[in-house]
Design a protein around this ligand. Structure first.
Ligand code: DLL
Length: 435
C-alpha cells in the first residue's frame, strides 16, 4: 500500500525539481548556521550558490562519523537548543556516542517516512504492531512507534527481548505485524518450534526487519517459522533512523525504496570517493534535503551497496540493494553497533589488563556471540585465580554498562593471542557468515 501516493509516485522529473529546490535551501542554511560547513566551503572556495541541484553534489565535501565525533555533542546542530525536541544516539568510534537531534518538523518527517515504510511492508490502519525494537536512545523503538501510530496501527511497545512475553502478547493481542532485528526474528522462529507453539495460534502476517545485515536464508527461516511475509527496513541515526529505505512486500528481493524526497543517495568509490554509475557497488552516501536540527551533506555511511531505478509501476523512487558489508570496522552485534575501540576505551582504565585484545564474533543458532580475549598486564602476571576472576567480572560488567552487550571474557597470558606473520594482532575475527 502507498501511504503518500502523490509523493511516492511523483514523476522523476518533478522529483528532481523538488530535490534541487530543497538542496539549494539546505546548502544555504548549513552555510549560514553551521560553522563546520562554512569553514569547509570556504577552504575549497565553494559558495552555496555554486550548488544549483543534485548534479552539483559531487562538488561538496563528505561528512564522516569522525566529524560528528570532533564536534561532539551539538557542534553540527543548525538550530538552537530550544528548537530541539528529541535526542537519539548511536555508537561512536570512542566511548562517546554519536548524538543526533530532531526539531519538531524533523520528528514529523521521521514519522512520515516510517509510516510510508510500514505501509509498503503490508501495514494498514487497524492492524496491531508488536514493536520489538529497543526503546531508548536507539532510534528503532521510538522511530517505528511514531510511524505506526501515524499510519493508524495499534502499537504494542514491548521493546526487545523477553521472548516468553513476546509470544504471550503475540497470541493474546493477535499482533498482525512484528518489527525487530532479523536475528531476533530468527530466534523467535526457532523458539516457537522449541516451545511447541503452533504458528496457527499466531495472527502474525508481516515482519519488518532491519538494523543489521541479513539475507535470503534468514528471510526464509523467519517466513516459514513465524508464518509471515518479511521485508527489509534500513536506516541510520545520523540521517534520521529507520525508514530511510524500505522494501515493498509485493516486490521482495528487488531492493528497498529510498525515500529520496528527503534523503538523497549516492554511491561512491570507497577509495577515491568518486561517484559511481547507477547499479555499481560502493559506499552509500546520503544528503538530507529537509532535516532542520542536524542537516548533513554527503554523509559517508560506510555501508556498501548499490542503487538503481527498476521503473516499477508502483513508485518512482530509487531502490537500494541489500547491505553487503561495511567499509570500516564497525560490527553489528544483535543489532547493536560496536567499534572495537569502545572495548579499548574500557580496557585502558583496567590496570590488570594489557591493551592486547581480540574480539571473536560468532553466530551460534541465530544469535551473535562475542568473546573478548585479552592478555594480562605484565605488572599483574602473578595475579591469583581469584584475582583474575574478579578482574574478569569487572571488565564484563563495564562492557554491559557501556555498550549494552554481554560478552564472554577470556584472560590470557602475555603473547597468547596469536599474531599474524608481521606480528600484527587482528582486533576482530568475525566468524559469522551471513547468507
Ligand atoms: O540501526 C536504525 C534502524 C533501526 C534501522 C531499526 C532499521 C530498523 P544505527 O543504530 O545508527 O541505526 O545503525 C545504522 O545499521 O549504517 C547499517 O550499517 C546498519 N543497518 C541498519 N539497517 C540495516 C539493514 C539503525 N536493513 C547502521 N540492513 C547502518 C543492513 C542495516 N544493515
Amino acid at each position: 500500500m502507498l501511504f503518500n501516493a502523490p509523493i511516492e509516485t511523483l514523476p522523476l522529473s518533478k522529483l528532481r525539481q523538488l530535490q534541487n529546490k530543497r538542496l539549494r535551501h539546505q546548502v544555504a542554511k548549513v552555510y549560514e548556521k553551521v560553522p563546520f560547513y562554512r569553514q569547509k566551503f570556504d577552504e575549497i572556495g565553494l559558495k552555496p550558490s555554486d550548488i544549483k541541484g543534485v548534479k552539483d553534489l559531487h562538488k561538496l565535501p563528505f561528512t564522516k562519523k569522525s566529524d560528528l565525533r570532533d564536534h561532539y555533542p551539538f557542534g553540527l546542530f543548525a538550530m538552537p537548543k530550544e528548537e530541539i525536541i528529541r535526542i537519539h544516539a548511536s555508537s561512536g568510534t570512542t566511548g562517546k556516542p554519536t548524538i543526533v537531534g530532531y526539531s519538531r518538523n524533523d520528528i514529523a518527517i521521521f514519522t512520515e517516512v516510517v509510516a510510508r515504510s510500514l505501509a509498503a511492508a503490508g501495514g494498514e490502519k487497524g492492524m496491531t504492531l508488536q514493536n520489538a525494537y529497543g526503546y531508548g536512545l536507539f532510534t528503532g523503538g521510538l522511530g517505528l512507534h511514531y510511524g505506526a501510530e501515524k499510519l493508524g496501527m495499534t502499537v504494542v511497545p514491548v521493546s526487545g527481548g523477553m521472548t516468553d512475553r513476546q509470544f504471550l502478547l503475540m497470541q493474546d493481542l493477535q499482533s498482525d505485524m512484528i518489527c525487530c532485528t532479523p536475528s531476533y526474528a530468527q530466534t523467535l522462529a526457532e523458539e516457537l518450534g522449541k516451545r511447541g507453539i503452533s504458528k496457527d495460534f499466531l495472527h502474525l502476517k508481516y515482519a519488518v526487519l532491519g538494523a543489521e545485515p541479513w539475507a535470503e536464508t534468514i528471510r526464509q527461516c523467519v517466513e516459514t517459522g513465524l508464518g509471515v511475509s518479511a521485508t527489509n527496513i534500513y536506516g541510520l541515526s545520523e540521517i534520521i533512523g529507520p525508514g530511510v529505505s524500505q522494501e515493498d512486500v509485493e516486490e521482495k528481493g528487488t531492493g528497498s525504496y529510498v525515500w529520496e524526497d528527503h534523503f538523497f543517495p549516492e554511491i561512491v568509490d570507497k577509495d577515491t570517493g568518486e561517484p559511481l554509475p547507477e547499479g555499481e557497488f560502493g559506499v552509500l552516501v546520503f544528503t538530507t534535503l529537509t532535516k532542520e536540527a542536524m542537516p548533513l551533506l554527503r554523509y559517508w555511511t560506510n555501508d556498501i551497496t548499490n542503487i538503481y531505478y527498476d521503473h516499477s509501476e508502483k513508485r518512482t523512487h530509487i531502490k537500494m540493494g541489500a547491505i553487503r558489508g561495511r567499509s570500516d570496522d564497525m560490527l553489528i552485534i544483535r543489532g547493536v553497533n560496536l567499534f572495537h575501540t569502545q572495548i579499548e576505551d574500557i580496557l585502558k582504565d583496567i590496570e590488570a589488563l594489557s591493551a592486547n585484545y581480540q574480539l571473536i564474533v560468532s553466530r551460534t543458532s541465530a544469535m551473535d556471540d562475542v568473546e573478548v580475549k585479552v592478555e594480562i598486564a605484565d605488572t599483574h602476571k602473578h595475579l591469583s585465580e581469584d584475582g583474575q576472576q574478579e578482574v574478569q567480572g569487572f571488565f564484563s560488567k563495564k562492557i554491559k554498562e557501556n555498550i549494552g552487550l554481554s560478552m564472554k571474557i577470556n584472560i590470557l597470558k602475555t603473547g597468547d593471542i596469536p599474531r599474524s606473520e608481521g606480528g600484527k594482532l587482528s582486533r576482530i575475527v568475525d566468524l559469522r557468515k551471513i547468507k
